[in-house]
Design a protein around this ligand. Structure first.
Ligand SMILES: Nc1ncnc2c1ncn2[C@@H]1O[C@H](COP(=O)(O)OP(=O)(O)OP(=O)(O)O)[C@@H](O)[C@H]1O
Ligand SMILES: [Mg+2]
Length: 447
């Protein structure tokens, strides 16, 4: 996904100009004309850079820089202003702006400065554990990871099933000062309530039938380390109360025991459910939600970071080959093309399973289409699973989008028909002439 830039300026003409320049560079742009609008936009999040004027009708842009930084949001500000003194520039930088340009400025210089700060913002690839990811849609997570790991704050990780929430939690733990302690995962949905309580908090001998000896519980197990509360949305309400108390008081009480034990754990929670929605219907306690949601990380689905598919696929293949002690197999480019265009409802886990299966099924040194499951090849409606058509806030180039769609359908049709253009055209209800014309235009076959 292209980087997103917020342009804050009271002058509509200036915003328009900057938008045109930035969009031509391939960035996505949102605008704000006042401090209040800018604050609202920033609260919604998702920006990679803010271009901000100082004098705004309802306040000072530098306030925005300051409050954003104090609020813990780590987005670079490029301050632009007309009424400029060197002192002002210094103040802006001191407040945390990454750069300063006085108006009027050369658009080439402006573009260079923007590109520079977006690039600095890109995280070092593969810097974290074995979490593979370089796609821009992951940058907002990866760039904050070192800082998050260093802090001891509670983290809530959301994202569809199989997106890598647990791996990310492990990466945070491994990069944290608690790395020497244990990472203790607990699946909050797997156990009925009474068992879960003793699993988490432990129990005293004789607390209930079958409790033949004291049990320590996972909280104590994780003492000095990190407790990973997986599927946290599945916690029964009564357990939510008990968990909240443990988090607030940093003490636990084993079942059937009246002692309280102090524990020192860092909490990372994860869920693939929409917690806000569960709050509204009373299935999840608001107070617990705010306790957990101190730092929120949302892991995007794999279909929003297709750039990473080849590297992930190769990673899973070489790992599977390693386990089977066979030489590392290559992935044929037709296979890669299918992998890159599939919509991955099961996300990274599904890719992992499919590559492992392919390695097991493929006797030769190259993984070819025949080692993929048919469901992947015959995907009828790759778009049905993508979000419904929605016009982005800042509008977009609909012609380019339609071309992109047509090209993608044609590419898949050619794949399905083994390159036979007549059959591919028929699959898409296109005339052979029109098909051939577009094949040339999109350079779909090598000449
Ligand atoms: N970015 C990544 N790089 C390498 N491996 C990954 C990545 N993301 C996920 N995986 C692998 O994919 C599998 C699924 O990841 P994980 O268990 O962390 O997902 P999850 O979000 O916790 O899923 P669920 O919601 O189903 O519990 C794991 O085997 C994990 O190692
Ligand atoms: Mg998980």
């Amino acid at each position: 996904m292209a980087p997103r830039i917020l342009v804050v300026d009271d002058e509509a003409a200036m915003r328009e100009l900057l938008r045109i320049v930035l969009e031509a560079e391939g960035y996505r742009v949102a605008e704000a004309g006042t401090l209040a609008e800018a604050q609202a936009a920033l609260a919604r999040g998702g920006f990679d850079l803010v271009v901000c004027d100082i004098f705004l009708p309802d306040g000072n842009g530098l306030e925005l820089v300051r409050s954003t930084r104090v609020g813990g949001l780590d987005v670079p500000f490029l301050v632009i202003t007309a009424h400029t003194t060197p002192a002002q520039a210094i103040t802006a930088l001191r407040e945390g702006a990454v750069d300063y340009l006085s108006k009027p400025f050369d658009m080439e210089v402006f573009k260079g400065v923007v590109a520079k700060h977006l690039a600095v913002h890109a995280p070092e690839p593969a810097a974290f554990f074995d979490f593979i990811g370089q796609a821009p849609s992951l940058w907002p997570i990866l760039q904050r990871l070192p800082q998050i790991a260093r802090s001891d704050a509670t983290v809530l990780i959301t994202g569809e099933s199989g997106t890598g929430k647990e791996l990310l939690a492990r990466a945070i733990h491994a990069a944290s000062p608690r790395a020497a302690g244990l990472f203790v995962p607990v699946n909050c949905g797997a156990l009925p309530e009474p068992l879960l309580e003793s699993e988490l908090f432990g129990h005293a001998r004789g607390a209930f039938t079958g409790a033949i000896r004291d049990k320590r519980g996972l909280f104590l197990e994780a003492h000095g380390g990190t407790l990973f509360l997986d599927e946290v949305a599945e916690l029964p309400l009564a357990m939510q109360v008990k968990l909240l108390r443990a988090l607030q008081e940093r003490k636990i009480r084993p079942v059937g025991d009246n002692r309280e034990i102090e524990v020192d754990v860092r909490i990372i929670a994860a869920t693939n459910r929409n917690l806000e929605q569960l709050l509204r219907v009373g299935k999840f306690r608001e107070d617990l939600f705010y306790r957990l949601n101190v730092i929120h990380l949302h892991v995007p689905p794999l279909r929003e970071r297709r750039e990473d598919i080849p590297e992930l696929a190769r990673h899973f293949v070489s790992r599977a080959c390693g386990r089977l002690q066979v030489p590392i197999k290559q992935i044929h480019r037709d296979v890669m093309a299918v992998l890159e265009s599939y919509h991955w409802p099961g996300n990274v886990r599904e890719l992992e399973n499919i590559m492992e299966r392919a390695v097991a099924l493929e006797p030769s040194a190259v993984i070819t289409l025949s080692s993929l499951p048919l469901s992947l090849l015959g995907e009828a409606q790759p778009l049905a699973a993508s979000p419904p058509v929605r016009l982005p806030e800042s509008g977009f180039d609909v012609e380019a989008h339609i071309h992109e769609l047509r090209r993608e359908y044609m590419r898949q049709a050619l794949l399905r028909t083994g390159g036979v253009q007549k059959s591919a055209a028929r699959l898409l209800r296109m005339s052979y002439r029109a098909f051939r014309y577009h094949v040339k235009k999109y350079k779909l076959v090598e000449e």
